[in-house]
Design a protein around this ligand. Sequence first.
Ligand SMILES: [Zn+2]
Length: 92
Amino acid sequence: MTAITLVIGDLTSIVDDSVQFYFQIMTKDTVLEDAVLQFKRIAPEFVCKACGQLFSGRHIGMNCPRCGGKSIIADKGQEFYIESIEVDDGAD
Ligand SMILES: [Zn+2]
């Protein structure tokens, strides 16, 4: 079995079910037809502009839980990449 692991940040508008749906259409009658997609979701992280506190949250514009200040996006939550591809060589 071939398995592809995708990493998707929760701040992207990418929906697992949609990716799965289009993947099946695009791979029909190809060697990837039976490949399994696995999804890893990454929770967003924000950093407070006032005090520098790092915290996780669900959406842009959340206030800092420590001082109430405005936050900006840190470096987590906007991912979209292939983490790994496992290929079945048929040798089992
Ligand atoms: Zn703060």
